[in-house]
Design a binder for this molecule. Structure first.
Ligand code: 5GP
Length: 145
C-alpha cells in the first residue's frame, strides 16, 4: 500500500530550509545534496521540489527535471572522485528499502559489488561540506563552458 505524502518528512523540511544540508545543485524543480550516511564517498541524493512519495507520484515534468539534475551531478562526480562507475538507485516503498518518503535518486560513486551498507554510518560534516563544494565548482565550470 502506497504511503500518503507527509509534509514533515526530512526532505520536505530541507526544501523549506528548516533543516540544513550540504547542497550540490539547485534549480527551480530539483535539489541535489550530500547523503548524510553515504554508502560510498561522494554519495548524492537528487529530489524534486514536488510532493511525491515515490515514482508512482512523479509527473513527467519533475521526473525529467530530476534526471537532468542527476546527469549534471553524475558528470561532476566522475571528475571530482576520478572514477567512471556511478551507481544510480531509487527505492519505491518500505518493502523495497525506502526510508524517507519523498522521492529521491541516489547517485553513488561505487559499484554494485562494492556498495557499503544503506544509511548506516554518519559521515564527517567537514568532509561532506568539502565534497559538496568540489561538486558545485565542477557543475559551475560545466555550465560556463
Ligand atoms: P532511502 O532509504 O529512502 O532510499 O534513502 C534515504 C537516504 O536519505 C539514506 O541514504 C539516508 O542516509 C539519507 N538521509 C536520511 N536522513 C538524512 C538527513 O537528515 N540528511 C541527509 N543529507 N540525508 C539523509
Amino acid at each position: 500500500m502506497t504511503q500518503v505524502y507527509d509534509d514533515n518528512n526530512i526532505f520536505a523540511k530541507m526544501l523549506r530550509n528548516e533543516i540544513p544540508c550540504h547542497k550540490v545543485y539547485e534549480d527551480e524543480k530539483t535539489l541535489a545534496f550530500m547523503d548524510i550516511m553515504p554508502q560510498a564517498k561522494g554519495h548524492v541524493l537528487v529530489i524534486p521540489k514536488h510532493p511525491a512519495v515515490d515514482l508512482a507520484d512523479m509527473t513527467p515534468e519533475y521526473a525529467a527535471a530530476v534526471l537532468m539534475t542527476a546527469q549534471k551531478v553524475m558528470q561532476a562526480q566522475r571528475q571530482v572522485f576520478d572514477r567512471e562507475g556511478i551507481v544510480q538507485m531509487q527505492f519505491n516503498g518500505a518493502q523495497a528499502g525506502q526510508t524517507v518518503f519523498h522521492y529521491h535518486v541516489h547517485l553513488i560513486p561505487s559499484s554494485i559489488h562494492e556498495l557499503g551498507r544503506h544509511g548506516s554510518e554518519q559521515a564527517d560534516q567537514n568532509e561532506l561540506a568539502e565534497q559538496a563544494q568540489q561538486l558545485r565548482d565542477v557543475i559551475a565550470q560545466m555550465s560556463a563552458s
